[in-house]
Design a protein around this ligand. Sequence first.
Ligand code: GDP
Ligand code: MG
Length: 161
Amino acid sequence: GYSSTSGIPGVRERTLIAVKPDGVHRRLVGQILQRFERKGFKLVGLKMLQAPEELLSLHYQDLRKKPFYPSLLHYMTSGPMVVMVWEGHNVVRTSRIMVGDTNPAEARAGSIRGDFSIHISRNVVHASDSVEGAQREIQLWFHGKELIDWNCSDHNSTYQV
Ligand code: GDP
Ligand code: MG
């Protein structure tokens, strides 16, 4: 059960956040994860994996015709990733702001990409860009049983009941 959930719309919204291979190589997993924890979102899924090319081709299906697509696949298979599912009110939109612009040269200081990266070809982190996209991506990367429904004890300090 999930009895402590308030009636606030979208509290159960979820998004997929991934530390890309460059972020893992650069030992940024802890710092990236900490930003979502300190914000107050709830971690409901977490794993490390070497992403298979087939999974990445589904994940990035809309980019297949882009000139950078082959190099994107090479980048994303260059080492393990850490993928996470975070839950909370407006988490898809808010986490895009926390992650920053796709191009780190345009990403604001204080955002993850703004603080930790320089070039669009190595931008350390992924975040789903819409609620529907998030649902699709979460299903791609996680089995249902890998996502944990749990009551966080600070819920009532994060949302008005
Ligand atoms: P995102 O949602 O902010 O990650 O951006 P997109 O969905 O548009 O692109 C997915 C990923 O493809 C980006 O995060 C980059 O890793 C990569 N990418 C996008 N545009 C370019 C580009 O022009 N050049 C290169 N090398 N990679 C790109
Ligand atoms: Mg995208």
